[in-house]
Design a protein around this ligand. Structure first.
Ligand code: GLU
Length: 464
């Protein structure tokens, strides 16, 4: 097999949500799995709706998720001359003809067909045939160029998701491939690009499945065999509607801001329409090692935020502590808190990460180290009592005397206090947590305290 070349071809007309970016993940994974090339192409021919800001957001989202492209971004608007040259070639070879049917005539034709319960389609009035006399060319109409769709027979492809698809050519009317002002249309540009970029596998949303037979015809007219197609089923939101901004989808980068790990999101999205046995949790390296086009799901996948959180939590557990420290430091920065991503922060991440689904939750837990948190009145009332108070005072004195501030020494001080005052561990440990961390539960308390500055702990115990 020649080298695999895939592409992601977004239209920069809005923001990019998880459903959209899955159409980048799969071609990326397939290119990486095969030592191939992943191309980024920006389909910006809808000039009114496209913007550079939308392109930047797409690139930012891909970068965050680590979906690095090898070639591009190529912008369709910068390739107009190329499309026009290829169009001229098709005109020359007789694949294309001018059609002078006006908008009003097209509308009337459509209405007639609908009234007869026929599928509305262009009727080939201007298509030249041997022996056919064409109507006189109207002066006032600038023609579109139409592609001569082969008549009779069908177009067939073996879709990697949907299986064999066969469309009768009689279903397809003659596609407009250039507008009256000479600009080429979408389905034509895509084919020229896929040829020029030597794309071997087109992996895209199944909203394009109707374009595929038309595109295949243009490929063949240009003397090129079409690529392999894989049309991915829609991603539905939690309400079962097609995921979209209008239906409340969030932009991809919002998941970063909400504390999801890129590897967690990649894992979740990979499973949303592809499987490797029963494996739910896998690394990026495993995805690349396992990914193929034979296990793409056929039915629409439904987004489930709770599942995404769970997948992310599993990635939090195995995430490198220094990496987590960097992400938590960024979270703190967005809260106006400057916390360096140093070894101490990494140690805190190591201690707390098991109980967190996101780096936002992790930052919430670690806040106690950097801000004076006010314990709740209810916790104070419940846990500061006649039994715990003397124990806390005794412990504070012991802690103040400790020659070295580390978990074993702190643990010893706690044990000694418990033994001396005949209290149970929770009677001391819970109020201790409440006063120092404003929480009733934490990881082992001596490990939590050891990462505090000693004076901070003593100060927080001063209230007793
Ligand atoms: N630009 C199209 C879209 O954003 C994708 C076209 C394709 O992948 O062929 O839906």
């Amino acid at each position: 097999m020649s080298q695999v070349r895939t592409r992601f071809a977004p239209s920069p007309t809005g923001f990019i949500h998880l459903g959209n970016i899955r159409s980048a993940l799969y071609p990326w994974a397939w290119a990486r799995a095969t030592g191939g090339v992943f191309v980024l192409r920006i389909e910006d021919t809808d000039v009114e709706r496209s913007s550079q800001a939308a392109v930047d957001v797409i690139i930012e989202g891909m970068k965050w998720l680590g979906l690095d492209h090898d070639e591009g971004p190529f912008y369709q608007m910068q390739r107009m001359d190329r499309y026009k040259a290829v169009l001229a070639q098709l005109v020359e070879q007789g694949w294309v003809y001018p059609c002078y049917m006006s908008m009003a005539e097209l509308d009337a034709l459509r209405e007639r067909q609908m009234a007869n319960k026929e599928k509305p389609r262009y009727d080939g009035t201007w298509r030249p045939e041997p022996g056919k006399v064409l109507p006189p060319v109207p002066e006032s109409v600038k023609p579109v160029l139409r592609f001569k769709t082969p008549q009779g027979g069908s177009v067939v492809w073996d879709d990697k998701v949907k299986g064999r698809i066969e469309i009768s050519n009689d279903e397809l009317d003659d596609l407009v491939i250039a507008r009256p002002d000479g600009t080429p249309t979408y389905n034509f540009c895509v084919v020229v690009d896929d040829i020029d970029m030597r794309i071997t596998h087109v992996i895209r949303g199944d909203d394009h499945v109707n374009n595929t037979p038309r595109q295949i015809h243009v490929f063949r007219a240009l003397g090129v065999e079409p690529p392999v197609y894989a049309h991915l089923p829609t991603v539905l939101n939690e309400q079962g509607e097609k995921m979209s901004k209008r239906h409340g989808a969030k932009p991809v980068t919002q998941y970063r801001d909400e504390g999801y790990l890129a590897d967690g999101v990649v894992n979740y999205l990979a499973r949303l329409g592809w499987s490797h046995g029963d494996d739910e949790i896998f690394s990026r390296e495993q995805l690349v090692a396992w990914f193929n086009l034979d296990h793409l799901g056929r039915s629409a996948a439904q987004f489930d935020e709770a599942k995404l959180r769970w997948v992310n939590a599993q990635h939090m557990k195995v995430c490198d502590n220094a990496v987590l420290a960097g992400l938590v430091s960024t979270q703190f920065a967005s809260r106006g808190l400057s916390v360096p991503a140093d070894a101490r922060l990494a140690a805190m991440c190591a201690l707390f990460k098991d109980r967190c689904s996101t780096t936002v939750e992790l930052a919430d837990w670690l806040s106690a180290y950097f801000v004076d948190m006010q314990p709740s009145e209810a916790d104070l009332a419940q846990h500061l009592n006649a039994v715990s108070r003397p124990a806390l005072v005794a412990l504070r004195d012991r802690l103040a005397e400790l020659p070295s501030w580390d978990a074993p020494s702190i643990q010893q001080a706690i044990k000694n206090t418990i033994g001396e005052l005949k209290v149970k561990m929770p009677q001391l440990a819970i109020p201790l947590r409440v006063l120092v961390c404003a929480r009733t539960q934490t990881p082992p308390v001596e490990a939590v305290l050891a990462l505090f500055d000693k004076n901070t702990v003593l100060k927080r115990l001063q209230v007793i």
